[in-house]
Design a protein around this ligand. Structure first.
Ligand code: KIV
Ligand code: ZN
Length: 532
């Protein structure tokens, strides 16, 4: 068996391969800039993730730089860069980790019949040859090479075994079998791992030098169950993302896998991960606010309701013994004990502590500004909740990277009237610019005026508004998704005035378009063009 003892030598270590910054970032609208990626990677490192997939270096300068910086700056985790079985992809991933040791190139090639015939138009032997050559090329840069037969779970077992044997022979050290389209069910996916190990005894005999890995998508809501089935059948690496973000319905959620293994120690008693579970909640919040992807309320482990008890019977049971209705202690995953936190007498220190629990690392200047905004809010609002604090901090971080800042606006609208808005923005040189526009309602008018000032034309694809907390004095949060050419970008804004929140959200999206580098060549476009 390819088991490696974990720190607790009675158990087997399951490696956590986090792909939030690669597969996760492929969620529509979840663009992260370089600094944001580095910040998330630092927190993943602090949380104990074994491998961080930092990006797909050929797809953009930003992805290249993020893999490069992580490989150079983070010493403990292995940093992986993704590459297709295309020489220049592999060279680019190799360049990104050049001069560092122990980092990884992850190459993939589709192997299922449908992908072979319709996407690649290649026969099995051509795909095996291409994969072997690619692994050999990657090995020129590093000893740590992962190979993924894309759509592996829908690949004929004999083809999967043939290609796995060939790439191991060529030097691949991790074989990841992805359920790329989220089609597998647990018993079936688990069986694939068992079968591959039976046919290729070299894997178990390698003493952990060749590792099998699971990578599951959530199209049928089975990503975590499938990943756990793979672990039970010999996978010793699991690929996952924070909050389960990723293509379409997302990837397997890191926090769910880790807490299933930990909470059900009685069942998964052989296994352990190196994740410090108390960091889960802060990292989840951080990924949510930086990507703009909200966590669904009833999301396991990190959702707002994950530890909320509504029914009287449950509350009564909880008071008598929390374990009656709580299978995990919320503190184990870093969920703060109470949501009602600060008021106008709270100090700077308490504010900073709370910000850290919510996943924000602040420099002194940002902290000062955020604390000032908190005091101003606490004057208007008796109770300041976590959600209010997150809103303040997001706004401060957004304005720190703002090209355009909202100075003020004025709207006039009403029944039977044409809505008109006058907006004043400040650009990064400090100069104020004013323009006015009409629109189909006050928000549309404000958006048109912002478009006239910034010169950025986008299509508004989604607009949502909600109260951040309960009560008449609650702050309103607006989130928008806009399309700029072929990119979807999100923005979020908060204010006690809903139109101001909407204006801030729109401006945040426009600033994000301006500051983050465009993906120079989207991977999918390249695949269409090059047929790989
Ligand atoms: O889902 C998938 O097949 C992938 C591969 C690139 C590993 O993300
Ligand atoms: Zn994937």
């Amino acid at each position: 068996m390819n088991d490696q003892p974990s720190k607790n030598s009675n158990t087997t270590h399951v490696r956590i391969f986090d792909t939030t910054l690669r597969d996760g970032e492929q969620s529509p609208g979840a663009t992260l800039n370089l600094e944001e990626k580095i910040e998330i990677a630092r927190q993943l490192d602090a949380m104990g993730v074994d491998i961080i997939e930092g990006g797909f270096p050929i797809t953009s300068v930003g992805d290249f730089e993020s893999v490069k910086r992580m490989a150079n700056e983070l010493q403990r985790p292995v940093i992986a860069g993704l590459a297709r079985c295309v020489p220049r992809d592999i060279d680019r991933a190799g360049e990104a980790i050049k001069g560092t040791t122990g980092n990884r190139i992850h190459v993939f090639c589709a192997t299922s019949k449908i992908h072979r015939e319709h996407k690649l138009r290649k026969a099995v032997d051509e795909i095996v040859k291409l994969s072997v050559q690619s692994v050999q090329q990657a090995r020129q840069y590093t000893d740590d090479v992962e190979f993924s037969p894309e759509d592996g779970s829908r690949t004929e077992l004999e083809v999967l075994v043939e290609i796995t044997a060939a790439v191991i022979e060529a030097g691949a050290t991790t074989i990841n079998i992805p359920d790329t389209v989220g089609y597998a069910v647990p018993a079936e996916y688990g069986y694939i791992f068992k079968h591959v190990r039976q046919k290729l005894p070299i894997i178990d005999a390698s003493g952990g030098k060749i590792v099998l890995s699971a990578h599951c998508h959530n199209d049928l809501g089975l990503a975590v169950a499938n990943s756990l089935a793979a672990v039970e059948n010999g996978a010793r690496q699991v690929e996952c993302t924070i909050n389960g973000i990723g293509e379409r319905a997302g990837n397997a959620a890191l926090e769910e896998i880790v807490m299933a293994i930990r909470t059900r120690k009685d069942y998964f008693n052989r296994f352990d991960t190196a994740i410090q579970s108390k960091k889960i909640y802060p990292v989840s919040r951080m990924v949510s606010h930086l990507t703009g992807l909200a966590v669904q309320r009833n999301k396991a482990i990190v959702g707002e309701n994950a530890f909320a008890h509504e029914s009287g019977i449950h509350q009564d049971g909880m008071l008598k013994n929390a374990r009656t209705y709580e299978i995990m202690d919320p503190r184990e995953v870093g969920v703060p004990e109470t949501k009602l936190v600060l008021g106008k007498h709270s100090g700077r220190h308490a504010f900073r502590e709370r910000a850290a629990t919510l996943g924000y690392t602040l420099d002194d200047a940002t902290l000062d500004k955020a604390f000032e905004a908190f005091k101003a809010l606490a004057d208007k609002k008796k109770d300041v909740y976590d959600e209010d604090i997150e809103a303040i901090l997001d706004q401060q971080l957004d304005s720190a990277r703002q090209l355009w800042e909202l100075v003020r606006f004025q709207v006039s609208s009403g029944t039977g009237l044409i809505a008109t808005a006058t907006v004043v923005l400040r650009d990064s040189s400090g100069e104020e610019r004013t323009d006015a526009a009409t629109g189909d309602g006050p928000i549309d008018a404000v958006y048109s005026a912002i478009g006239r000032i910034t010169g950025v034309t986008v299509t508004l694809e989604d607009y949502q508004s909600r109260a951040v907390t309960g009560g008449k004095d609650a702050q309103g949060e607006a989130t928008v998704q806009v399309r700029h050419h072929d990119r979807k970008v999100r923005g979020r804004g908060v204010s006690t005035d809903v139109i101001e929140a909407a204006a801030r959200a729109y401006l945040a999206a426009i600033n994000r378009i301006r500051t983050s580098e465009a993906k120079t060549v989207a991977a999918t476009t390249m695949e269409q063009r090059e047929g790989v």
